[in-house]
Design a protein around this ligand. Structure first.
Ligand code: ADP
Ligand code: MG
Length: 490
């Protein structure tokens, strides 16, 4: 064993050892990294750390699971030490994550990293938990704040939170944070922070929106670091990925078979809406006696926390989830990623499958389920350097009809099916790739049947459209015409 470790150590290029940073990183931080069991920096760490530790603004792009968290936490901790040396007080560093679960995870890694720094304080500031307690914590002037955008902004409007000395801002999963929904909060947050600060953006994917953010929030001299540029594949090598095609109305049958086949594994199944997660979860738990967990944004924070912690610790179980769980989570040993509902685009695909095969040399599996008229998505993914094998379609699927009929006789479950159907359709309305995800050519009756519904529900797809959503409104109107057989719209 001894010799093995020594040999391993000899093989590491000295420049890639964490030790090589000893002039720039405090010994307490280096000791903590050693305690985590890491000697060699990952590629992105080796490239980002020297720049970030010198105080430069950084935009870092690297695949999922490549160790980005430490690439920003180490500089964050060292910045705090410098501020403390200058006898400054208050919050010095803010880290923003798109989801509460990711913020919590980052906060946990931070605790390990500051284990030997007795004077560094930190707080987790996320939605769904007591504002009052957070406010009291912030009022003590915690040094590092790990947060989600909405709640952070709430606190910035109170006098308890003194952020005048913030000199480092980290945006993890930056492209997600800058998406619709967070954008306004983020602009306000950035406007209020001191201009003279270091800003770091991290993600596995960047978007045009990140470009805009870089221009508005960062210094002119930004160090752009991308460890993916020369790669022939957008996903990691250890990932085996494929797609399966299934007739729309047998989708549930397919999922049933998949759950049986993977019952000894740790699996994540992605759905496009909260209601769809709920519907499928309830069906498999109550009527098929399967062991399935679920998580989505409409659950209470305490339930979310409990489920995610159970899933972290589980060896074999399936978690039904929305894209809430797609970003950043570093869950040990996930074997299978199942995309039961298709992702909106290549980026979303990359983040979902990025929950498996994480870390150096790790392996994992992913399968994307498509309806026959969505097969073009495979070619679209190829353009983004994502290559899928075709997995065989199963010909023997158990007949779920009796179970489904039993379930549907419960009026509450029937109502859930209607809402899940609606959620599924709405997810299509907002998808951008209209040539692939086309509501107009979709067999809506078959979709309804896939939720156990005998008839297409009388769902008014135009409900709740505001002026902002004109394209959705147009499609909804066309759909309505189509269902009444109006030939004018083709
Ligand atoms: P990313 O944010 O790039 O998706 P994470 O920061 O979540 O990736 O790290 C992925 C996994 O790699 C984590 O389990 C982490 O503990 C591990 N890891 C991070 N840095 C190293 C390293 N230098 N050597 C080995 N494993 C590492
Ligand atoms: Mg990450």
């Amino acid at each position: 064993m001894e010799t093995e470790t020594n040999m391993e150590e000899e093989n590491i290029n000295p420049r890639n050892k964490f030790k090589s940073l000893k002039d720039k990183v405090s010994s307490a931080t280096l000791a903590a990294i050693k305690g985590m069991g890491f000697k060699k920096m990952t590629d992105i760490q080796a490239e980002v750390l020297p720049e970030a530790l010198d105080g430069f603004d950084v935009v870092a792009t690297a695949k999922t699971g490549s160790g980005k968290t430490l690439a920003f936490l180490i500089p964050a901790v060292e910045v705090v030490l410098q501020c403390k040396e200058k006898q400054l007080e208050g919050t010095f560093c803010i880290i923003v994550s798109p989801t509460r679960e990711l913020a919590t995870q980052t906060y946990t890694v931070l605790q390990d990293l500051i284990a030997y720094h007795e004077n560094i304080t930190s707080a987790l500031v996320i939605g769904g938990e007591s504002r009052k307690r957070q406010s009291a914590e912030l009022a003590t002037g915690v040094n590092i704040v790990v947060s989600t955008p909405g709640r952070l902004f709430d606190h910035m409007r109170t006098k308890e939170f003194d952020y005048r000395n913030v000199c480092c801002l980290v945006l993890d999963e930056a492209d997600k944070i800058f998406q619709y929904g967070f954008e306004e909060d983020l602009k306000q947050i950035i406007n209020r922070l001191p201009k003279d600060r270091q800003t770091m953006l991290f993600s596995a994917t960047q978007s045009e929106r990140t470009e805009a953010l870089i221009k508005s929030a960062m210094k002119e001299k930004v160090h752009n670091i991308n460890t993916d540029e020369d790669n022939l594949m957008a996903t990691v090598e250890g990932l085996k990925q494929g797609y399966a095609v299934c007739e729309t109305e047998f989708r549930l049958w397919w999922l049933d078979k998949l759950l049986k086949k993977t019952k000894n594994f740790k699996v994540m199944v992605f759905f496009s809406s909260c209601k769809s997660v709920e519907f499928h979860h309830e069906f498999f738990i109550k009527y098929c006696q399967a062991s399935v967990l679920c998580i989505h944004g409409k659950m209470s924070q305490s339930d979310r926390t409990e489920v995610i912690s159970n899933f972290y610790n589980a060896e074999k179980v399936a978690l039904f989830c929305t894209d809430l769980a797609a970003r950043g989570l570093d869950i040990p040993a996930v074997d299978w990623i199942v995309q039961f509902d298709p992702p909106a685009d290549a980026n979303e695909y990359i983040h979902r499958v990025g929950r498996t095969a994480r870390g150096m040399g790790a392996e994992g599996n992913a399968v994307l389920l498509l309806r026959p008229d969505e097969i073009e998505f495979v070619n679209y993914l190829k353009e983004s350097k994502i290559y899928l094998d075709k997995y065989e379609s199963w010909d023997k699927l158990a007949n779920l009809k009796p179970k489904l009929d039993a379930a549907m006789s419960d009026p509450q479950f029937h109502q859930l099916a209607v809402e899940a159907f609606e959620g599924y359709m709405r997810a299509f309305e907002v998808k951008k790739l209209k040539h692939i995800f086309n509501l107009l050519t979709m067999d809506v009756d078959a979709v309804a049947r896939s939720f156990g519904l005998k008839e297409r529900p009388d769902v008014d797809v135009r409900i709740g459209f505001s002026k902002k959503h004109r394209p959705r409104k147009r499609i909804a109107a066309m759909l309505a015409d189509k269902s009444t057989g109006n030939k004018r719209i083709k």
